[in-house]
Ligand binder design. Structure first.
Ligand code: NAD
Ligand code: MLT
Length: 313
């Protein structure tokens, strides 16, 4: 099986498992779309993260492709229907990076609340200022977690460890799951109305795109703080910018963007806004997570070659 790796994926995770005489692995990271279209026909498997769009146009050229392996959780960059209609198996690595994503959510949340990045820049520039960097505690804040899945559940537990009151909106979980995490399952309206901090952890799909709109911002607490370490576009970015500009929203921390790298005027303004703390899709960027997801997708390729069942198709 010829395997093409198109994004930055841990070689330490991939290579020991794919070191098999039946498998060859080529790394062609960051190929322009046209070049990718030219070479994809040679491969039976492609391993990607979120930077490669595995869309209809690519699949038209992928005449020998048997497997698309997404080294991470979100498969919103893969046209799963188009792949399935061609008999191509789509697998992901749904567990390996969720702890890292939860920790990054906490990192940007806490950094924002305690002005860590601003104070860091100030002291490094030779100033000694303290009052402008007075922050907020998480203790006794109401934190609304939207999507109590693998990442959201971990974030909820970590917020509880900070003695916050955690409420959650997730139409697909049971009361029991919420109870197990020690959080209250409520409606989206209640998360919007009562939360001091709102953090989203749903997949991005037709149902969750623009889950949070300008109308929702109107119903939020004044000074609400918003976190998105899931997918760009779950929170409408124009509405986010307007809420920051009007002062309705006290600040936000975003790791993910509807366009990556961000180029639109709205995203440039959002990123530049002084009340935004931003990172370039780093949620899964730890050595541990990258190794985990690379191991997981490599095992799936070996499963395929061995004719064994695929675990995460
Ligand atoms: P998951 O499937 O385990 O959990 C998602 C949860 O969202 C589920 O409980 C589901 O019931 C809920 N949900 C679905 N539709 C909903 C809706 N309309 N309203 C409210 N809840 C809804 O997924 P996960 O592994 O926890 O990942 C969560 C998100 O984090 C995904 O978007 C994933 O791509 C993203 N992620 C980002 C990074 C990063 O690098 N920033 C890393 C890992 C995961
Ligand atoms: C994921 O969905 O797993 C993350 O966004 C991380 C990545 O893009 O690799």
């Amino acid at each position: 099986m010829k395997v093409l790796v198109t994004d930055e994926i841990s070689k330490n995770g991939l290579l020991p498992i794919l070191d098999d005489p039946r498998i060859t692995v080529d790394f062609k990271v960051g190929l322009p779309k046209e070049e990718l279209h030219q070479v994809i026909g040679d491969y039976q498997a492609i391993i990607t993260r979120s930077m490669t769009q595995v869309d209809e146009a690519l699949l038209e050229h992928a005449t020998n492709l048997k497997m698309i392996a997404r080294a991470g959780v979100g498969i919103d960059n893969v046209d799963v229907d188009a792949a399935s209609s061609r008999g191509i198996i789509v697998v992901n690595a749904p567990y390996g990076n969720v702890n890292s994503a939860a920790e990054h959510t906490m990192a940007i949340l806490l950094s924002y609340c305690r002005n860590v990045t601003l104070a860091n820049a100030s002291l490094k520039s030779g100033q000694w200022q303290r009052a402008p960097f007075t922050g907020h505690e998480l203790k006794e804040k109401t934190i609304g977690v939207i999507g109590l899945g693998k990442v959201g559940g971990r974030v909820a537990l970590r917020c509880r460890a900070f003695e916050a009151n955690v409420i959650t909106y997730d139409p697909y979980i049971s009361e029991k799951r919420a109870e197990d995490f020690g959080v209250k399952l409520v409606s989206l309206e209640d998360v919007i109305r009562f939360s001091d901090i709102i953090t989203v952890h749903t997949p991005l799909n037709d149902e969750t795109r623009d889950l949070i709109t300008a109308e929702h911002f109107e119903g939020m607490q004044d000074g609400v703080f918003i976190v998105n370490c899931a997918r760009g576009g779950i929170i409408n970015e124009e509405a986010m910018l307007a809420a920051l500009e009007s002062g309705k929203c006290g600040g936000a921390a975003f790791d993910v963007w509807s366009q990556e790298p961000p180029k639109s005027d709205t995203l440039k303004k959002l990123i530049a806004h002084p009340k935004m703390l931003v990172t370039p899709h780093l949620g899964a960027n730890t050595y541990e997570a990258q190794k985990n997801v690379a191991v997981d997708v490599s095992k799936e390729i070996v499963n395929y070659v061995d004719g064994r069942p695929i675990s995460n198709a």
